[in-house]
Design a protein around this ligand. Sequence first.
Ligand SMILES: [Zn+2]
Length: 113
Amino acid sequence: MNYRKGDRVLHPKRSDWGLGQVLANSAVGQVRIFFANIGLKTISLGVVEPTKVTGQNAKSIILDRLFDAEGKKLTCGKCNGEASYDGDPDLQRVHLGWCDRCFRKSFGVQKSA
Ligand SMILES: [Zn+2]
């Protein structure tokens, strides 16, 4: 199965990972997915084929905040300033919806992604 950037998926054996969003079109048997509960994973498609989900089942507050805002400014839930979740952001920060500055202030700089 091919996966396209933006597809919402579930891991067939790890429902505890939560809903995932495909980060880039699948290639060479791999696909990179950001799962709402555990963050970034690279899935080998020879081992497991994520299940595509659509409609109401594909809705996720966390994923929508991260990925449906392309071109829009994301706002920090704490200071109302601009927040960015580029790269491989700390999952706890993503769940809080805070900017990096507020997160570091509250949780200390030693907290790594
Ligand atoms: Zn903030």
